[in-house]
Design a protein around this ligand. Structure first.
Ligand code: CU
Length: 459
């Protein structure tokens, strides 16, 4: 007891009584003492920029989830571990640190986690979020808001079976148009319109001379009319003229595939651009007689755009903006339907020495893609997806118009993570990226670092 009184006396003398602290906080807007503190550093790893936990439960965790009670005063200290300029911010709480420049420099943000929910901490230097510098701040007991949303991302490995050398057949496809709330990113959703619940819709695969019946059903719970226009079809509206189908109804047509090639299909119900943007596109491959030559890996990839009222990176349900659509100014661009479809949801893989073929198309509806794979050269490009013309050879970047496609082939010669992009690279900042992971032995005659050369020459 005596000790306690002594402590109080000392504290009072130093101005540390609860009353004194409260008075100072009120009077001078002084930063309150943190209830919970986190320490992180910045790092470059595997070509990514990241935050890494320094201590406690988050030690050595990359972009750790920071969990705090609602109402807690939170302090996050970040030390510069790589020497590049960084900062840290939690935009939802309006806090942003000073920039830290040079290895070893550090900064701290302190804020009150006043509302429950899942938020984001991020480095605000342009490009750093896209390079990987972001993580979750979870305040209170939060149930994951977006976990109930459907994953509409299309698996790029679902390319159906090659037709091979067979006679023409009659083939029937059932397509179902749906309107579903799907995951756009980790933390946001969008009300997509789809063929068969994925974006793009299913990859259809036939041969020249096949007769194809399309049964288009519009789901019972749709609220819009939908349709389908196949660019492979010779006939009224590519089928759209006879498939305007109300919710709960089915319409059909039959066509003969006259021309080989890789063709886009899409919904063609007004406003067509809106229906396409929302996710209503896919591709049909019409193989030439005898089939395409076999390759080791095939991938199905389509580029799309979403026009939302909310800025790219916003959390929660994103709402459609007709103004941005008419201005052709998308907030989000993606391969295979969602932000992380080809970087996280699905893993595209190949082994050194294998030949890769990509069936790449643009749903759009508006932007031309300058399709490129960082760190690779296309050995063959079937320009405009023409399979009857000789391919271009040794191409770096190829143009693909909206409602158009290309087929590219290349042998992978060296291990690593190859990034698929539209080389109009501002679009990478709005989500447009995919990874091709190549594994196998590294041939130092193809690529080496200076260290590797030193090592090889015995220094
Ligand atoms: Cu539609």
């Amino acid at each position: 007891m005596k000790d306690l009184i002594l402590l109080f006396a000392l504290a009072a003398a130093a101005g540390f009584t609860p009353q004194a602290i409260a008075a100072r906080e009120a009077a001078a807007d002084v930063t309150p003492v943190a209830d919970i503190t986190f320490s992180m550093r910045t790092e470059i790893s595997n070509g990514q920029l990241v935050f890494v936990g320094n201590a406690g439960a988050i030690k050595d965790v990359v972009n750790p989830e920071l969990k705090v009670p609602e109402g807690a005063v939170v302090a996050i200290t970040v030390t510069n571990g790589d020497g590049a300029m960084h900062d840290i911010a939690v935009p939802d709480f309006g806090v942003q640190s000073d920039q830290i420049v040079g290895q070893g420099s550090s900064t701290t943000i302190v804020f009150r986690a006043a509302k429950a929910g899942t938020f984001e901490y991020v480095c605000t230097i342009p490009g750093h979020r896209a390079a990987g510098m972001f993580g979750k701040l979870i305040v209170g007991d939060v149930e994951e808001v977006v976990s109930t949303a459907v994953d509409i991302a299309k698996n790029p490995m679902e390319v159906d079976t090659p037709v091979g050398d067979r006679a023409p057949q009659h083939i029937t496809y059932d397509l179902l148009t749906t309107e579903v709330e799907g995951r756009l990113s980790d933390g946001s959703t969008y009300r997509y319109w789809t063929f068969n619940d994925t974006v793009p819709g299913p990859f259809l695969r036939i041969r020249t001379g096949d007769t194809v019946t399309i049964n288009l059903k519009n789901a019972d719970d749709s609220v819009n009319i939908h349709s389908v226009d196949f660019h492979a079809v010779t006939g009224p509206g590519g089928g759209a003229a006879v498939t305007q189908v109300a919710p709960g109804q089915t319409k059909s047509f039959t066509f003969k595939a006259l021309n080989p090639g890789l063709y886009v299909y899409h919904c063609a119900t007004p406003m067509i651009a809106h229906h396409i943007s929302n996710g209503m596109y896919g591709m049909i491959l019409v193989e030439p007689e005898g089939g395409l030559p076999a390759v080791d890996r095939e991938f199905y990839i389509m580029q799309g755009e979403l026009y939302t009222a909310q800025k790219h990176g916003s959390r929660g349900l994103q709402e459609f903006s007709v103004d941005k659509l008419l201005d052709e100014n998308p907030e989000h661009l993606m391969f295979n339907g969602s932000m992380e479809a080809l970087t996280k949801t699905y893993r595209m893989e190949a082994n050194v020495g294998e030949t890769v073929r990509m069936y790449f198309g643009v749903g759009g509806p508006n932007l031309i893609s300058s399709f490129h794979v960082i760190g690779e050269v296309f050995d063959r490009v079937f320009d405009q997806a023409s399979l009857t013309s000789p391919p271009l050879t040794d191409v770096q970047t190829t143009l693909v118009p909206p409602g158009g496609a290309t087929v590219v082939e290349f042998k992978v010669d060296y291990p690593g993570k190859y990034i698929l992009v539209d080389h109009a690279l501002s679009r990478a900042e709005k989500g447009l990226a995919g990874f091709l992971h190549v594994e196998g032995e590294a041939d130092a005659t193809i690529f080496s670092t200076s260290e590797a050369i030193d090592h090889a020459s015995g220094h």
